[in-house]
Design a protein around this ligand. Sequence first.
Ligand code: PGA
Length: 257
Amino acid sequence: MLIVANWKMNPPAKKDMIKLVESVEGGLWGIKGAATVLAPPFPWLNFVKRRLRKSKLGAQNTFWEKSGAYTGEVSPQMLKDSGVNYVIVGHSERRQKFGETDDMIAKKVKASIKSGLIPVVAVGEEHRGSFNSDGSLDNHIDSIVGEEVKKALSLLNPVEVRKVIFAYEPIWAISTTPGAKVALPQDALSAAIYIRKILTDFVSSKSAREMPILYGGSVDSKNVAAFAKEGGVDGFLVGGVSLRAKEFVELVENSLV
Ligand code: PGA
């Protein structure tokens, strides 16, 4: 299991951030079988890095150019040289609140891989699809998620494609979405199957089966086991709960079913 903690723009003060990373890392110390990634805001990468005992370091965003007149941006190589291993690309908050397009995301994915970072590419539809009479989901997911997956991979060769981790995050299930709904393991399973099907357009079916796919959206210490057992995914992208050390550690433990 791979669990990525997306802290977003939290915690608000340095002392809370230090407490969070120390409690999380202390709690994770005895747990075997889970790989964890902590993705703090940029200015705290180094503070967090120095306190990591178990987890790898992640960033929440990157730019695609190497250097130049791009005020406020951070390149993949700068992240790599700061000890970052993973970078979240295309989170729905970046897409919705900062106008990131599929083309920008494709460039970010390419540049991240070129600098040796592992991109965790978030994809997901805004509104919940409905179930067909046979219990499968309608093609709502297919059109939106399928396009996002294809575009994200559009600049990559097959070797590069195999380095990408997709995180299926239906926006309607993210805890901070007003009126968020609880997703079912079946939602994650249908999306994971569909994403793997798209991946076979880019790589062999063996590679498509082996590429990790994560689920994100209101994952907590209680529902994680069902998603791990029945959701057909290899890990989780966790927002809200990743800010509560004790529950996050429980979530990691409970994901190992
Ligand atoms: P959530 O956030 O776990 O709070 O729903 C997930 C995310 O936005 O990455």
